[in-house]
Design a protein around this ligand. Structure first.
Ligand code: PPS
Length: 303
């Protein structure tokens, strides 16, 4: 364990390890992370780049449907985590190995990764596939991650309290490492023509408009407004929460009684968890680390 990860935190992730300075759970083992770097990217791939809890599953369902011409029947036949592989994930109980699923999958592939740029497949920068980066304000990310740490055996069913988790998050002592480092690493790529940056809060505010933008970006301008509206409706929080192909209630490692993956799906839930002091401290940490990037995060929706 590197010096920066030698600290007072009690919680140990199952199979916890540090890879190139980034903390991981055992479901992204070192040999998988090695292989991810040399993964063969296809020019017609779509990579979904998100930090955990940014709304990945939502984006996966939307983009899979766009890339498959609004094939709702197909979407309702297979879980989203099989249709859209999580590249660096290896779960032998679930028989889900992202790299294997992706390698054998016909194009167009919709591939999820939570990796910071330095650990992502190198060919992303060479083959220039479409890349969609999804950002969500870090306070809501942190609250969502806290609840997921508690409900998931993959994360060791976290028994600590919120202040402890908040400290872990701020230190980057969580699976997939620092949100700050992840965000800093991908932000400069937003200017590339093959990259689109989307914010969770914008998707929440204007699902039809953002899905239409995504359709244009993905070369799917021919999809009509009726199809775009149907995708938006199919991917609403309420619909995805009741849909067994998206709600992850079949996943053995998630105890939905403690907290489901589809938990609240709101902007601003952080206000019900952060104390005034915690909010001030977190804001200061954010300002110290990332304010120079001027990323337009939204922390509440006014409607
Ligand atoms: S994962 O496991 O890291 O890939 O999780 P991820 O999908 O990124 O994040 C889960 C959070 O996204 C919310 N979510 C949604 N919000 C709005 N609309 C839709 N359709 C939707 N689907 C998932 C989910 O509720 C988690 O956020 P919280 O705040 O915990 O509710």
């Amino acid at each position: 364990m590197s010096a920066e990860h030698q600290n007072n935190f009690q919680h140990i992730l199952p199979g916890q390890h540090v890879y190139d300075g980034v903390l991981f759970f055992g479901y992204s083992p070192p040999e998988t992370l090695d292989l991810v770097k040399t993964f063969h990217v296809r020019a017609d791939d779509v990579f979904l780049v998100t930090y955990p809890k940014a709304g990945t599953t939502w984006l996966q369902e939307i983009v899979w449907l766009l890339m498959h011409e609004g094939d709702f029947e197909g979407a309702l036949a297979t879980p989203v985590y099989i249709r859209s592989p999580f590249l660096e994930f290896k779960d032998l109980t679930l028989n889900e190995i992202g790299l294997d699923l992706a390698s054998t999958m016909p194009s167009p592939r919709v591939i999820k990764t939570h990796l910071p740029l330095k650990l992502a497949p190198r060919e992303i920068l060479v083959k220039k596939p479409k890349v969609i980066i999804l950002f969500r304000n870090p306070k809501d990310v942190c609250v969502s991650y806290f609840n997921f740490y508690k409900c998931s055996s993959s994360f060791g069913n976290f028994q600590g309290d919120w202040p402890e988790f908040l400290a872990m998050f701020c230190e980057g002592h969580v699976d997939h490492g620092s949100w700050f480092d992840f965000t800093k690493s991908w932000w400069p790529l937003r200017e590339l023509t093959n990259v689109k940056l989307v914010f969770y809060e914008d998707l929440k505010r204007n699902p039809f408009g953002i899905i239409k933008e995504l359709a244009d970006f993905l070369g799917k301008q021919h999809l009509d407004d009726v199809t775009i509206s149907r995708i938006a409706a199919h991917c609403s929080f309420e619909k995805m929460r009741e849909n067994p192909m998206t709600n992850h209630q079949d996943v053995y490692s998630i105890n939905s009684q403690v907290s489901p993956l589809m938990r609240k799906g709101q902007v601003g839930d952080w206000k019900s968890v952060f104390t005034v002091q915690q909010n001030e401290d977190f804001t200061q940490i954010y300002l110290d680390k990332l304010s120079h990037l001027e990323i337009p995060f939204t922390y509440q929706l006014d409607f």
